[in-house]
Design a protein around this ligand. Structure first.
Ligand code: SF4
Length: 356
């Protein structure tokens, strides 16, 4: 249960008003496809294992958020995980964790030059799209049009692979601006966390403008992102309000929230229960659709659900709308054991670490 006071970048963004006198929500529909995906789970497990072992000895670094979730990153910052986007500022020989949504080739190179011990938690689904893009360029001679969100780490990592042969588009308007030589073979790929709707419009425009462009039959949207979106859509017809547990920085969480907005029902995303504003629940809000993005941890989801059920709403747990594939990521137990053995024999530098 998350009871701690907020201290993330979004803390205090929403100032809860006075409690409404009557809480009229009868039922909370809890999505069957909800919350943390396998890639995020793996990344956070690695980060907790490494920081648990090293925290009394040294800082551990990450070039940016390992996962797009304020609560999860707050927990890790208390265990001496430091975010440092400029790898040249990270001390030589440090332990560095690379995130679930991928890292650019330049950062891998810098990590090697600075003799970092890297724990790479890139999700294999992200890697799969990267490999397909690289093959299309190297073996197929294609110019890749990549549909992604500008500034998103997954997109930045992808663009870093081959900036000359990958062109980023985000919107239909971006496609209008594109031009290529007639002879240039073209192929399209996308970021894994887009919504089907976002992608469909852009792909339609690409097809129309470049009829010879190859569009692989298998879409790159990740099953975890898509199933959570479909589960939200399935609840909207029976709900008066949509509540998504997920950070403002989480693209897939914001896509889920926007699905509710498109259906014109009040839709909010929150990290901590204290961000739920009781005034959202006017007396005509009786049925709430509740879900969580792929980077929200189980205890955070439960804490927010409890806020609703504590006020008398009954939780109805829906069946998954999509059966998700059983993807597993092999965790490097031996590597963690070796790290543990290394630190077990090391004296503690007690002055270096003061627990919060
Ligand atoms: S959303 Fe999909 S691609 Fe992204 S980390 Fe999770 S499982 Fe991997």
């Amino acid at each position: 249960m998350v009871e701690e006071q907020p201290h993330g970048p979004f803390a205090g963004e929403i100032a809860p008003s006075e409690e409404v006198p009557e809480f009229s929500v009868q039922k909370v529909f809890v999505a069957g496809n909800i919350g943390m995906c396998v890639g995020v789970r793996n990344s956070l497990r690695m980060a907790h294992e490494v920081t648990d072992i090293t925290k009394e000895h040294e800082d551990v670094y990450a070039p940016h958020e390992l996962v797009h979730n304020v609560v999860a990153m707050d927990k890790l910052s208390k265990k001496r995980l430091k975010i440092q986007p400029d790898l040249l500022q990270i001390p030589i020989g440090s332990k560095v964790i690379f995130p679930a949504h991928g890292t650019s080739p330049d950062d891998y190179k810098t990590a090697q030059e600075r003799n970092f011990t890297v724990f790479d938690t890139v999700c294999p689904i992200v890697t799969g799209v990267r490999e397909r893009v690289k093959n299309a360029i190297k073996k197929g001679g294609y110019q890749v049009v990549y549909v992604g969100v500008e500034g998103h780490r997954e997109t930045e990592g992808m663009m870093g692979e081959d900036p000359h042969n990958i062109t980023l588009v985000q919107t239909v308007e971006d496609v209008e601006e594109l031009s290529f030589d007639d002879e240039q073979p073209l192929i399209a790929y996308s970021q894994t966390t887009l919504s089907g709707l976002e992608l469909a419009d852009v792909m339609k425009k690409l097809r129309k403008k470049f009829p010879s462009m190859k569009i692989p039959p298998k879409r790159d949207i990740c099953f975890a992102a898509e199933s959570r979106q479909l589960a939200v859509i399935g609840m909207l017809d029976i709900s008066d309000l949509l509540l998504i547990v997920g950070s403002k920085t989480s693209h897939n969480s914001q896509v889920m929230r926007q699905l509710g907005e498109m259906r014109r029902i009040p839709s909010y995303s929150i990290d901590y229960p204290h961000q739920i504003n009781p005034s959202w629940f006017s007396k005509d809000i009786r049925f709430v659709a509740f879900s969580a993005g792929a980077s929200a941890e189980d205890d955070t989801v439960n804490a927010n659900l409890k806020w609703l059920t504590d006020r008398g709403a009954e939780a109805e747990f829906l069946e998954p709308i999509v059966k998700e594939p059983n993807v597993t990521i092999k965790f490097p137990e031996e590597r963690i054991e070796a790290l543990r053995a290394e630190y077990n024999n090391m004296p503690h530098h007690l002055n270096l670490f003061i627990e919060d």
